[in-house]
Structure formats: C-alpha cells, structure tokens
Design a protein around this ligand. Sequence first.
Ligand SMILES: [Zn+2]
Length: 377
Amino acid sequence: MTEKLYYKDQYIKKFTANVLSCVKNGDNFEVILDKTAFFPEGGGQPGDRGIIGNAKVIDTVEKSGEIIHICEGEVSGEVNCEIDWDFRFLNMQQHTGEHIFSGIMHAETGFDNVGFHMSENDVTVDFNGPVSAETLDIVEKRANEAIWKNIAVEEILPDNDELENYDYRSKKELTGQVRLIKIGGVDLCACCGTHTARTGEVGMIKAVNMMNYKQGVRIWLKIGAHALDDYIEKNVSVYDISAQLCAKTSEVADAVAKLKDRMAQEHFRFNELKKKYYELKIESTDGGKPVIFDDSGSADDARMIADMLAGKLGTGIAFSGDDENGYKYAVVKRDGDARETGKEINAALNGRGGGKPEMVTGTVSATKAEIEAFFGI
Ligand SMILES: [Zn+2]
C-alpha cells in the first residue's frame, strides 16, 4: 500500500520514492510508488500532474485502493518526483473555497451542496433549494470575510464513537476512517481532498452566475487565481467599452442602454424615410409593371413595398436582396389570386414560398437580370 504523503503534508512538492510497479497500458505506463505526494482524482478534485524520474505524469487516479500515476514514459528504481505545484495549489484554492462557500450557504439557508464540479476555469456548486440573489450576495460577502480572517483549516480523524458527536456536512455515506475538514465555525465537512492550511490562501470567492437547477440552484464560482483571471479579463473588457463609449467604467451599462435607445429611434426614423421613399417611387410609376426591387434583404420590407404598390396598381410585387444572396419576394393582390403569380415565380426563378390569395411570400435563387427578364422589364 502506497504511503500517502499528501495527507501528512499537503505542501510537499518534491520527494523521492521507489517504483513498485510500472505497467504499460496503451500509450502510457501505470506507475505505483512506495510513497507519493500525488493526489489521486477524488471528491471533485482532479488528479495531480507532474514528473516522476524523467516521465511526465498526466494524471493520478485511485483504482482498487492503489494510487496509479499515469506516466508518459517508463520508470524504475528510486526516482525523484515533483508535482505540478501551480496546478495543485489552484485545486487546493478551489476545494477550500468550495468548503467555505458551501458551509456558509448551509448555515444561511439550511440547503446542502448536492453537486460539485471543478473545470479549467471555474467551479460549480449545486444546492438543493432556491436561493435568492440577496442571499447569494450575503453568502458571498461572508465567505470573503472568512477568507480575510485567515482561519486555520484543520483535519480531524475521529473514531466511530467520536464521529457521532460531530455535526458535519457529507455528500455520501462514508465507510472506514472519516476525515473531517474543520474551518473554524464556518464549516465542518467530510472530505478526502487537499486544502490550503489557512483560508487566507484562497484569496477571493466571487459568485459570477446562478440559475435554477433541478429542485434548487447551480452557482458558478470564481475562486483564488480564477477570480483574479476573471477580474483581469472583465477589467480589460470594461475599459475597452468605456473608451469606445466615452463613459466612466461605472456607467458603461447606462451608456449601452442609451446607445440601444438611440439605435431603436434611428431604426424607426430610417424605416419611416424608407416608407416615404417608396411612396414617392410608387407615385411616380406610370402604370407599368408592378415590380419593385429593394436591397435590404428584408422579408418585412418586401411585404410592405408590395402592399403599398398594390394600393396604387391593384397588384404589387417586391424583391428584396441582391444577386449574391438571392431575393425575398412578396406578391400582394387586391383582386385575383396572388398564389397563381407565386407559383409562376417559383417555377421560373428557382423559388419557393406560398401564402394566401391576397398575399404570398417566398425566396428566389435568381439574379436581378433574370427576374427582370421574366417580367419583361
Ligand atoms: Zn475538501
């Protein structure tokens, strides 16, 4: 049985061990050592990476009680080992942060953490009850206060009799030696993972999103280095928007809302002008072919123009688009059946569409010249 150095001291980065076995499995080798500081995947925490001898360790897993180091090369004898400390410390921050957040959420709401997932960029935690935005704010604030107090993170290994005296959070029924992680009065939880020695090392916890999930909520957390990365990314983005809108960083949301309002007004004004333009264009038609082209590519515009044209000539046909992307069309008839014209257009101009006797709409894959030739314009 491999000696678990990571439970003796979670800050061991380098150690020397003996290779007990090294078995080829596919492209990799499964290595078992007499002792290891490599933490195997478990409790929502990914397995450690690093180096054993000259071989890169890409993952560490536990199978049938054995700790297996997945190595890219073969190793033997006594080996110097080093874990990827940046990756491990990031995981320790995430894991400890999740304890703090879940413990405080449990105290505030009584809800349990029923799902925990660590990804490359964030952590999600699921709680089995509804959480309001106000409660989330309170929990987030209290979690960060617990970080600032730099509380010791302790390991307790109670025997079965003692265990009954502890009121601890646990995700599942546990057998064998239970390992409790105590963070002052903030949290007490059964856990097999690695944690920082004190809460201060977690740095910061930011809840960035929450959505309803099953009977409760899923919350996205940015913890430690992930929180800083997120802040850097958002800071760059906010200053960029601020410069483009000539607004203070604290007022960019208001500035965007104003910009959207102005765009809606401009869009409305543009449509009114467009309507006037087609009114004038239609007024000046001398009773020739009731066909008008528009370049917006909008089905709504085609319908509007065809309807206006039918108001003057009884029949209105509009094509909106360009040769490259094809045309949307609308046929409007005040008397007669627009569907007949629609069928002729579809057959002659590689089109599709349909509608009611008073109006049909559709698309054609044809050039302006081909359309004009069809109507003899
Ligand atoms: Zn833990």
